[in-house]
Design a protein around this ligand. Structure first.
Ligand SMILES: [Zn+2]
Length: 202
C-alpha cells in the first residue's frame, strides 16, 4: 500500500519528518483462535511516531473483520463476492433478492461489515438449491419477466415438442422447475419458424 504520495507525506506531529508506510504482523486472538494479521500504519522519519490515519484504520479493520468471519464460520468478503458472481447478480440485484439494503453487499465484500448468520445461510442455500434461488428471485420481482413465457410462446414451444412425438412426462416436470429448461423453450420459440424441433430434442 505504499505510494509516492504517502511516502512524501509530512508528519503532522513534528512537521519535519516524512511519513513512510509500514506493515507489521500482529498476533490476534479471537474466540481462542490465534492468527498473525497484517497491521498497517505510517512511521515518521524524524520523531519516530507510529501513526494510523483513516485509511490505515479502515484497512486494519477489514483484516480483522475477515479473520472474525472465518472463525465464526461465515463467508469472507472474497468468498461472498465469488458466490454472488456465481449467481450472476450485481451487488444491487443481490440486495434486491436477499435484502440488507442497497450498499449491504459492497460492505460485506469489502469486509467492512459481517453479514448476519441468517444472511450467510440464505446465500449458501441459494447457491446449493436452484429452486430456492429461483423462488427468491421471483419474489424479488425482477426475474419473473425473464423466465415467464407468454401463453402464446408456451403454446408454440409445446407444439414443437409434440410435433417431434417424443414428449416425456419428466420434460414437463422440468418445465416447472428448471430455469435452464425454460430458457431452452425461449430459445426454441425464438427459432420456431426455422428449426424449433432441432432446438428442442437432441
Ligand atoms: Zn514526526
Amino acid at each position: 500500500m505504499t505510494t509516492d504520495k504517502n511516502v512524501f507525506s509530512t508528519c503532522p506531529l513534528c512537521e519535519q519528518g516524512v511519513l513512510t508506510e509500514q506493515q507489521a504482523s500482529e498476533s490476534t486472538v479471537y474466540k481462542g483462535v490465534e492468527r498473525l494479521l497484517p497491521l498497517y500504519f505510517a512511521c515518521c522519519s524524524e520523531c519516530g511516531t507510529e501513526q494510523a490515519d483513516a485509511k490505515h484504520l479502515r484497512a486494519n479493520k477489514r483484516v480483522l473483520q475477515a479473520f472474525k468471519k472465518e472463525v465464526d464460520g461465515l463467508l469472507t468478503g472474497a468468498q461472498l463476492r465469488e458466490l454472488r458472481e456465481s449467481l450472476e447478480l450485481t451487488q444491487a440485484q443481490a440486495a434486491q433478492v436477499f435484502g440488507g439494503g442497497p450498499v449491504a453487499f459492497s460492505k460485506y465484500e469489502s469486509d467492512d461489515v459481517a453479514q448476519s448468520e441468517g444472511m450467510d445461510k440464505l446465500l449458501r442455500v441459494a447457491q446449493a438449491v436452484p429452486a430456492a434461488f429461483a423462488w427468491l428471485k421471483q419474489h424479488a420481482g425482477f426475474a419473473t419477466e425473464q423466465i415467464t413465457l407468454s401463453s402464446q410462446s408456451m403454446t408454440l414451444a409445446l407444439a414443437a415438442v409434440r410435433a417431434k412425438g417424443r414428449v416425456q412426462q419428466q420434460l414437463y416436470a422440468g418445465f416447472q422447475l428448471q430455469d435452464s429448461v425454460r430458457e431452452q423453450v425461449v430459445i426454441g420459440t425464438a427459432h420456431f419458424a426455422g428449426s424449433a424441433q432441432k432446438q428442442w430434442v437432441h
